[in-house]
Design a protein around this ligand. Structure first.
Ligand code: SF4
Length: 305
């Protein structure tokens, strides 16, 4: 079957078997096209709670499927490609965090949502890239351990000098490759364009940006700009923008670097296979761990995330 035929089959089948398809914005355009909901990891997990479907297919990486399961334990949550993981989410072990907490009892632990359920269970509050500053600022604790992304953490630290924020050595291997030279090159190629970047990019890149924010913020900024915009995040965002908004002009920053291989491990065939029960992994979480991990997501809401 070609892509169009597979898409048609997927649309028919998901109606028949009542499966909700969620796709992260970094997925390929043909997957985005058949999804019921698209967005960033937290938007997808929140959206799943609002649907009655008993079965959810999460097109993205493992921590995203786990986040859906944490908030919707009654649903069957399937990851079409079991090998799709986020290297950053797995970079720090829960044991390391436990050790830090024992040695530093006056610190609160803040985890970027891009973490495993086991890591979420060890932290006090989760943040997204769009809510991190607001949440850390609202926390009572002055002493904060921010895991795992040192780049997002340093962005937050710079904005909140009143906090004592300790960073760890995690990073997104995709965004972390971007250099100031990549940005200078793009700016000289497209001198009339504005630059929007994700805060997972290194510190040296951020001063060049006209906008720094989460994927959804980058999309809004690009759509509302009168000028062309250079998209400084994973290539799936640029691919969707140029497909859906042919009247606007976008450019991709460092095209060869900003591709998340894990995000691209899911293809339309795997989505179909998982939908008809011939592939994918049914995500299982230990209930004690799920409840502990949920506390950090509930606290995110409490602080206005
Ligand atoms: S782009 Fe980076 S943070 Fe996002 S899934 Fe890929 S490796 Fe993880």
């Amino acid at each position: 079957m070609d892509i169009i035929e597979l898409q048609e089959k997927i649309r028919e089948e998901k109606e028949k078997n009542g499966t909700l398809i969620l796709a992260h914005t970094y997925q390929s355009p043909e997957i985005i096209d058949i999804a019921d909901v698209t967005g960033d990891s937290y938007a997808l997990a929140k959206a799943a709670t609002k649907y009655q479907n008993k079965r959810v297919l999460l097109c993205g990486v493992r921590f995203m499927a786990e986040t859906v399961k944490i908030l919707s334990p009654e649903k069957e949550v399937v990851l079409p490609e079991p090998e799709a993981t986020c290297p950053m989410a797995e970079q720090i072990s829960p044991e390391r965090v436990r050790k830090f907490k024992i040695e530093n009892p006056d610190f609160s632990v803040v985890a970027y949502i891009n973490t495993t359920a086991a890591l979420k269970a060890e932290c006090d509050v989760c943040v997204t890239s769009s809510s991190a500053i607001k949440i850390v600022s609202a926390m009572e604790s002055k002493n904060i351990l921010f895991i795992p992304d040192k780049n997002l953490g340093s962005f937050v630290k710079e904005k909140l000098p009143e906090k004592n924020i300790v960073l760890w050595d995690g990073y997104c291997p995709v965004h972390n490759q971007i250099t100031a030279d990549d940005v200078k090159k793009a700016k000289s190629e497209y001198p009339d364009a504005l630059l929007a970047v994700h805060p997972e990019c290194p510190k040296e890149v951020l001063p060049f940006a006209d906008y720094i924010g989460a994927t959804s913020g980058i999309i809004d900024f690009a759509l509302n700009s009168d000028k062309p915009v250079i998209i400084g995040t994973e290539g799936g965002v640029y691919d969707s923008l140029i497909l859906k908004h042919k009247d606007k002009k976008f450019y991709q920053l460092a095209k060869q670097k900003l591709i998340c291989e894990d995000m691209k491990k899911t293809d339309i065939q795997k989505v179909y296979n998982a939908l008809v029960g011939k592939g994918g992994e049914n995500i299982q979480l230990d209930e004690t761990l799920r409840l502990k991990a949920k506390v950090s997501l509930d606290n995110m809401l409490k602080y206005g995330g």
